[in-house]
Write a protein that binds this ligand. Sequence first.
Ligand code: ADP
Ligand code: MG
Length: 589
Amino acid sequence: MPTSDIGQEATEQGGLGDVLRPVRGKLVLACVLQAGAAIAGLVPFVAIAELARELFSDDPDDGRLWGIAAVAVLGLVIRLVLMLGAASITHFADVELSLDLRRQMAERLGEVPLGWYDDRDGGEVKKAVVDDVASMHHLVGHTFTDLTNAVVTPIAAMVLLFLTDWQLSLIVLVPFLLGVAGFSRQMSGYGDKMAKYNGALEEVNTGAVEFVQGISVIKTFGQAGRAHRRFLDAANRLVDYFWDWVSGLLRISSITEVVLSPLATLALISGAGTWFVSTGRIEAVDLVLFFVLGLALTAPILTLGMAANDLQTASQAAQRVATLLRLPTLPRSEDPRWPDGNDVVFEQVSFSYDGERQVLHGVDLHLEPGTITALVGPSGSGKTTLAKLLCRFWDPTAGAVRLGGVDLRDVAPEELYRRVGFVFQEVQLLRTTLLENIRLGRPQADVEDVEAAARSAQIHDRILELPRGYGSVVGEDATLSGGEAQRVSIARALLADAPVLVLDEATAFADPESEAAIQDALSELAAGRTLLVIAHRLSTIVAADQIAVVDDGRIIELGTHEELLVADHVYRRLWDADRRVTVSSGRSA
Ligand code: ADP
Ligand code: MG
């Protein structure tokens, strides 16, 4: 599914349960311990009530008072131990889970088709691997135990109160129920509203980016007001929406807050309690338990809300992670075969990116070892796609690509990439020194080898002009043009010394000077190799052993430059057009 992105796929199925499965046992144990801690945490409160009862009795017993105090301390100690236990377990689970997930993701990312990366930028992948795994930390490390605490504490407190006096308990329950009701009002449709809010925010971002990107055009044409508008409108919509939502929330939440405040609870207990005592339903000292436990009832509601929020964020993250872990991978042969030689055969190759529109239709092409084959043709005709199939960015939908007689699907990936090198349009240089960038091709190469490769790729002299020569860092003190960057990657490919090499649009960025340089680099590359070149300028490939004209996913002409000129067909027209461009732009062909 090359065209769908991580985010879209994520909504298809739930992932939190799947993702958490390896640590489920630990989480359950931690929650059980935490529940024990919550119950133990109520012991001191009960002890206070019991102390009061003893102190107000006619004949307080010293021994009994000390006994109660000891039980209170014991309760606290047990609570502490259980909480520590729960926290250590969840943190172990957290470390285990994030290591495990990152390892699985790295493995999976190594197996997805290379072509998958074409459609997305690194940011998206980084978000899943780094941020989403991190946002599960809070969930695993804290949220489940917080949630257990927030649920068990009020329930246990309620049970104790009901055992003391169920009628007064019912009254004390009122603010709690009001609080819960208010809170769920507040949270109702939270997901939808948040989504709407994010949508509005996204619009503002788009507007802002558009505005900034277009700023030179806008200024040039004096249209500042107009370009602004989309941004301003989006910003106004966001503010309106947010205000509506928040002002509604504020009303509910301030009411909820008052109802749930300790003062309100105490007032209620005092009022109702006085009435219960004066009518002789309960003893005055029974009220102490209500005073101390009544507060335990309402406090956790806020925690509940926050935990619900965490849970939502984490499930979205988990879905993205789960989606990444389910990405289709290129099948790896169980029983890899060894290519015999380095000739390449495309055999009735058809391909479709989306399973609907065919981009290649039954292409046959033979690349003999030690020859140059050039692909030419209009933009969108399928040249890059064909070349990428040879590097197994994808597998053909029908037909096969064979290297040394073996279907690429049966070649072990390591062996494939030892034999097939490529330099594609989207040149990727890492943010490190030029030396290291080139040495990626063969990490154990020494400096002389690197320089030799750079010389062959016609980039050595340019590198020496940089402030720190080969030690200059890409993106810091090495700023290279597209053509220069491409020659660096050609040097890398040269160093890797793969017998089959694929070059796409090698001169797309080139000025006439670097075009000539690239042409020289090409002939250097061609020596003894099987070369497949996609040429932007026809002048660079007149010497190719065969030129294949691609049109709408088919090879419609095949031959040498001279043969194709004589044939006087599509190539001839392309050639004439290319000449005109060359002449009018003042270049020599
Ligand atoms: P060329 O290199 O000849 O310009 P391409 O091989 O890049 O042509 O593209 C051939 C066709 O495949 C085009 O119609 C293009 O829109 C489509 N295409 C290329 N890459 C992708 C992709 N990653 N996903 C979907 N369609 C694609
Ligand atoms: Mg292309």
